[in-house]
Ligand binder design. Structure first.
Ligand SMILES: Cc1cc2nc3c(=O)[nH]c(=O)nc-3n(C[C@H](O)[C@H](O)[C@H](O)COP(=O)(O)OP(=O)(O)OC[C@H]3O[C@@H](n4cnc5c(N)ncnc54)[C@H](O)[C@@H]3O)c2cc1C
Length: 374
């Protein structure tokens, strides 16, 4: 293993049973917690900084399908006992707190990985700071534009654009006019009909966990197939590859004006008030939807989990739940040991347990994308 100039070996031979995980969002955090529970020393590397990040809402399933103790433990940690739609940040902060407190997990922010490789003894990454981290196994939890996937599946490195985007936001209930707020018993999830478009609205607890009127939050996701030209013009989509989301600051003013006009004729209250508030305060994000049906999840000592492994339309509401099953299955497969040839064998077992199922989930969402996407 030759070191390039400027590279530092950080944890070579540090431990006899170790994993490096790239990406510390939900999949990476769950994989780290599960692998640490299986007795591995985990190094978790995240490109973003340590400051809290926010998302919109996430569906955490009830866990009826959880077949292993590891899956049950992860679900309990992630959900805090809530079996419904939740603010993304609530799930993330619980998993983060657990990972941070776990002595078996070494978490590094501002550590973007730009190269991964392996030989018969180990797998390793090189970060943009020139640090080199080794593990018996290496896990890519680095999302839909995964760097690790390029190593695992060089013949099929990219997720492809599904032909539409979603606008998403999370709004404090107190910020919308009182007369438009949902009633106390309003359903937590709604799918109002629009003119050819599709909206998913959800009512989630406030930051203090309260569902009291005035303290809740309204999440909305507006499926929009009419702005693909804008996404291409702004570089969010290039060819059939999604490059990045459209951040609030970069949304052209005229697009916001058009969205407000369309929303006013399309969506009922309380969603209309929530959408208009998001538009007026530029508190929304446009996400081009990508999809990826994997052919493989593993190469030697390196595996992919979560959105790095399978990217599905959010309409399936299965991204988080599939990631949880990936993490739990992976940990159960490595429990017997990962040294020497056992590392690659354990990962092959993970692939054999997960590949068929995750392919089917992505494909089930593709039937919606084929009719809605352009
Ligand atoms: C900030 C944020 C908000 C989100 N909000 C929602 C939401 O509201 N609703 C919803 O349904 N889904 C949301 N998602 C997506 C959802 O979390 C995922 O679909 C699902 O949980 C599986 O995610 P993942 O961890 O596999 O991938 P991702 O969530 O994409 O996380 C990948 C992580 O890897 C890091 N990373 C990428 N490349 C590198 C690299 N080279 N080196 C080191 N680190 C790298 C990224 O910074 C990121 O933290 C959000 C994701 C993020 C990151």
């Amino acid at each position: 293993m030759e070191l390039n100039k400027g590279e530092n070996i950080v944890n070579k031979n540090n431990t006899s049973k170790s994993a490096v995980i790239v990406g510390a969002s939900l999949s990476g955090l769950m994989a780290a917690i599960a692998l640490a529970r299986a007795g591995l020393q985990v190094t978790l590397l995240e490109r973003a900084g340590a400051k809290p990040r926010s998302g919109a809402v996430l569906q955490v399933d009830s866990g009826d399908m959880d077949r292993t103790v590891t899956a049950q433990v992860l679900r309990k940690l992630a959900s805090g006992g809530v079996k419904s739609v939740e603010a993304w940040s609530s799930v993330e902060s619980r998993l983060y707190a657990e990972a941070k407190a776990n002595p078996g997990i070494d978490l590094h922010y501002d550590s973007g990985v730009h190269a991964v490789d392996q030989d018969v003894e180990a797998a390793w990454v090189v970060t943009n700071r020139g640090e080199k981290y080794y593990g018996d196994i290496l896990i890519g939890a680095d999302g839909h534009r995964s760097t690790v996937r390029r190593h695992v599946a060089p013949h099929k490195p990219n997720a492809t654009f599904a032909g539409y985007m979603i606008w998403v936001a999370l709004v404090e209930e107190k910020d919308i006019p009182e007369e438009h707020r949902p009633t106390l018993n309003a359903p937590r999830v709604a799918m109002p009909d629009g003119i050819g478009d599709f909206l998913l609205g959800s009512i989630v607890a406030g930051t203090d966990g309260s569902y009291a009127p005035g303290y809740r939050r309204l999440g909305w996701a507006w499926y929009d197939n009419s702005r693909n030209d804008l996404l291409r013009r702004l570089g969010c989509v290039e060819g059939n590859v999604v490059r990045h989301s459209l951040n609030a600051a970069d949304i052209p003013e005229e697009t916001l004006i058009e969205l407000a006009k369309q929303a006013s004729v399309r969506w009922p209250e309380p969603w209309l008030a929530a959408i208009l508030h998001s538009i007026h305060t530029r508190n929304l994000i446009g996400t081009p939807i990508a999809e990826y049906v994997p052919d493989t999840l593993v190469k030697g000592r390196i595996a992919i989990v979560g959105d790095a492994a399978h990217v599905l339309t959010p309409l399936t509401a299965s991204g988080f739940n599939s990631s949880l099953q990936d993490a739990a299955t992976l940990a159960d497969c490595v429990a017997e040991g990962i040294q020497g040839t056992k590392g690659a064998e354990a990962l092959l077992e993970y692939e054999s347990k997960r590949l068929k199922g995750v392919r089917q989930i992505v494909q089930s969402g593709q039937s919606f994308s084929r009719t809605f996407g352009r």
